[in-house]
Design a protein around this ligand. Structure first.
Ligand code: SF4
Length: 414
C-alpha cells in the first residue's frame, strides 16, 4: 500500500464509509461547490448526523478504519476484488483525528466501521482499541457508534458495547438466499447469534444500572442494523417482514435501509441500475408505521401491490387507506387515537393535538386542516364538525384526487 498522508487517507476512508447508512439524510438533489461556484454541498462525506437517545441531532466523524477487506461481498466497493485505492488508519490515527475534530467543534462523536483485515478478531480488536483509548486514555465523553464484525469473538463484540453508545451488526440482505448469493462468506446464523448476544448484554447492562448507579453503561443507545435494498430480488414485502422480525427478536433501535448503489467494476450478479431512492424512502415510512403508528407488519405488507412492492407515487399509509376504505371516514371528535393515526396526512403530533383539543370543543375541518400539510389529502378520510365526505370515500378516482402533485415528488426523486 503506497504511503499516504492523513489527509489522503481521510479522503479515501470517509468516502468509503458513505455506503454505511447510519443517518437518514439521503434522497436530496446532488449539489456541490467543489468547482469554486457557490458554498456548501449535499454530497460531502466524512460527517454524518445521528440522533442521540434524548433526541438531539449530533454530528459524527464517519470513517472506516480501512477499506481493505479479505471478504468479497459482491455489492461492496471495498471487497477483495474491487479495484479501488486502499488506505488504512492505525487505531492511534483515528483517536487523534476524532479528538482534533472534537476540539475544533466539528463533531460530537465518531462512527467507525471497517473492512476486515487479517482476521475478524484482529479487525475487531483494532475497532475496540479506538473506542477504549478514546474513553480510557482521553476520557472522551462524546458519542461513539461502532460497527461490529459478527464473525469476531463474542468477547470482543461485548467489549465494543462497553465503550460505544451504539453498536450495530449488519444483516446486509433481507433474505438468506440473497446473503448466500451476494455475500457467500457471511453467515446469517452468526449474524443473528451476535445480535442475540448483544441484546442480552444490553438488557444485562440496563438491569445492572437500575440496581447500582455505579455500574458501567453498556451500549446505552442500543443496537441497530442495516439492510441493502435492491441488490437482490427481495420485494418490499420481504423487507418489511424481515425488519419486523428483527425489531421483535433483537429489540433493535433502528433498521436502516440503504438503496444499493452501483459500484465501479461491479460484479455481473448485481443489477446494473440502482433502485429508485424513493423506494428506500417508502421503506423508512413503512418502518415508521410499524414503530409509531401501531400498524402490524401484515397490515403494512397489505399495502404492497401484486408484485409485493410499495407504491412509489403515494406513501404506504395512504396506500393502505385506499385499499381498506371500509375503515373510513374516521370521526376526529370521537375516534380513538389509534384510528386517528391511520388517517393519511395526520402525523403523531397532529393526532396528539387533536386528542388534546377535542376535550374542550368540537373540531371542524378547518381546525384539522391547520395541523396538516394537505387538507385535500385528509378530507375524504375524516368526519369533523360540519363536515362529512358524502360518497367521497367510494369514488373510483379517489387515488387521483389525493395523490401529491408530481412537482412535489421531484424533491425526493433519484
Ligand atoms: S465484509 Fe464488509 S467491508 Fe468486507 S466486502 Fe463484505 S461488506 Fe465489504
Amino acid at each position: 500500500m503506497a504511503q499516504l498522508d492523513t489527509r489522503q487517507k481521510l479522503a479515501i476512508l470517509a468516502d468509503a464509509a458513505k455506503y454505511d447508512a447510519s443517518c437518514a439524510s439521503s434522497g436530496t438533489k446532488k449539489r456541490d461547490s467543489s468547482g469554486g461556484k457557490g458554498i456548501g454541498s449535499t454530497e460531502g462525506m466524512g460527517i454524518c448526523h445521528a440522533y442521540a437517545p434524548d433526541g438531539r441531532c449530533i454530528s459524527l466523524l464517519k470513517i472506516l478504519l480501512t477499506n481493505s477487506c479479505i471478504f468479497d461481498c459482491h455489492y461492496c466497493i471495498n471487497r477483495k476484488s474491487s479495484n479501488v485505492r486502499r488506505a488504512r488508519f492505525t487505531a492511534r490515527e483515528v483517536v487523534d483525528l476524532t479528538l482534533a475534530f472534537y476540539k475544533r467543534n466539528y463533531i460530537e462523536g465518531l462512527f467507525l466501521s471497517s473492512g476486515i483485515i487479517g482476521s475478524s478478531n484482529y479487525t475487531m480488536e483494532q475497532i475496540v482499541e479506538v473506542a477504549r483509548s478514546l474513553r480510557e486514555d482521553h476520557d472522551f465523553r462524546g458519542y461513539i457508534h461502532l460497527k461490529t464484525i459478527p464473525d469476531a469473538d463474542p468477547e470482543l463484540i461485548h467489549k465494543a458495547g462497553l465503550y460505544a453508545d451504539r453498536v450495530s451488526i449488519n444483516v446486509e440482505l433481507p433474505t438468506e438466499k440473497g446473503l448466500k448469493r451476494l455475500a457467500p462468506e457471511k453467515d446469517g446464523a452468526r449474524i443473528e447469534g451476535a445480535m442475540t448476544g448483544m441484546k442480552a448484554a444490553i438488557a444485562d447492562g440496563k438491569d445492572a444500572k437500575a440496581r447500582y448507579k455505579s455500574a458501567p453503561s453498556f451500549a446505552p443507545a442500543g443496537q441497530s442494523t442495516q439492510m441493502i435494498v435492491g441488490a437482490d430480488d427481495a420485494d418490499d414485502g420481504a423487507i418489511i417482514r424481515k425488519a419486523s422480525r428483527l425489531y421483535g427478536r433483537f429489540n433493535l433501535r433502528r433498521v436502516y435501509y440503504s438503496a444499493f448503489s452501483p459500484i465501479p467494476d461491479a460484479s455481473a450478479v448485481l443489477p446494473l441500475q440502482r433502485p429508485p431512492l424513493m423506494r428506500e424512502h417508502r421503506l423508512y415510512q413503512s418502518d415508521w408505521l410499524m414503530r409509531f403508528y401501531g400498524f402490524q407488519p401484515g397490515e403494512v405488507m397489505a399495502a404492497t401491490d401484486a408484485a409485493g412492492m410499495l407504491p412509489l407515487d403515494i406513501d404506504p399509509k395512504l396506500a393502505w387507506a385506499l385499499k381498506f376504505r371500509e375503515h373510513f371516514p374516521v370521526d376526529v371528535n370521537r375516534a380513538p387515537r389509534e384510528m386517528l393515526l391511520r388517517v393519511p396526512g395526520l402525523g403523531v403530533k397532529a393526532v396528539d393535538r387533536i386528542v388534546a383539543s377535542r376535550r374542550w370543543r368540537r373540531l371542524t375541518l378547518d381546525d384539522v386542516g391547520r395541523l396538516t400539510i394537505s387538507v385535500a389529502k385528509i378530507r375524504p378520510f375524516i368526519v369533523a364538525e360540519g363536515w362529512r365526505p358524502t360518497a367521497l370515500i367510494d369514488r373510483a378516482d379517489l387515488a387521483q384526487r389525493v395523490k401529491p402533485k408530481k412537482e412535489q415528488l421531484e424533491l425526493f426523486a433519484a
